[in-house]
Design a protein around this ligand. Sequence first.
Ligand SMILES: C[S@@+](CC[C@H](N)C(=O)[O-])C[C@H]1O[C@@H](n2cnc3c(N)ncnc32)[C@H](O)[C@@H]1O
Length: 255
Amino acid sequence: MAIPVLSSRSTHQDPFGGRQLDLLSPAYGSPHFPDEVPGAFGLSFSPALVRHLIHTHSRPGDTVLDCFLGGGTTVYEALMMGRQAVGVDCNERYVEEVRSRLLSGVGPSLYTADARSLPSLLEPESVDLVITQPPYGNTHPFSRHLSDDLSRLASREFLLAIEEVADSLWQVLKPGGLCALQIGDIKDRGRMMPLGFQFVHRFLSRGFSVKVMYDHRTPLSPLPLTLHPHEYLILFQKKESDKKQKTTKSARWIS
Ligand SMILES: C[S@@+](CC[C@H](N)C(=O)[O-])C[C@H]1O[C@@H](n2cnc3c(N)ncnc32)[C@H](O)[C@@H]1O
């Protein structure tokens, strides 16, 4: 049974009054600030997809992390399903907005921090499942001045930063743990940039395996993933056997 965690300030109307949630509502999980960069939260998760991933890949009591918290879809769904929730975002306003929508006493661990610094926030190998959606390169800037904000980086720096995020996630994930990552291809100076495949490449280079990769046809198809022509859900796994190969793989994929 769903555990009520959202305060009345939530964007939902009576979300848990015995009726089914409007899981595909685009308003869900999308905070709006007067001076928000236009379109910034056009990239929110589908709560239905997040719920499906939590149900399929974790158990009650497990720890679920989103290191690009945004509107907080992952932590809301995780708490409702009886998981421990951890959310990290470099933008304090987003973190505080998520916090303000929770009932007092409901305690996800929320941090204003850089996704590249997870080992300084969390115990090593303490996370069972990651569900996250990084910025899509610099196509949708999430802030104007935050130096940690990956959506402000040029493509080369962005991709190097993604490797650091992968390293950071590797350290806090339990062996065997999954990282479900949603990302779409983008256009960079008029040219198609296959960002989804770049993520696969960068995560493989940091030791992860690809368990499965969906393009549009997610496990809950049809879903509102139409913003980008190629939108992927990639399930990366930290396999114990990969640890031994990490250095070798890294050398192979980077060269
Ligand atoms: C695509 S949005 C996430 C949307 C989220 N899935 C939701 O349902 O609302 C990406 C988020 O990453 C955050 N971000 C950008 N760079 C970051 C970094 N270095 N560390 C942590 N968060 C970062 C942005 O502030 C933004 O909130």
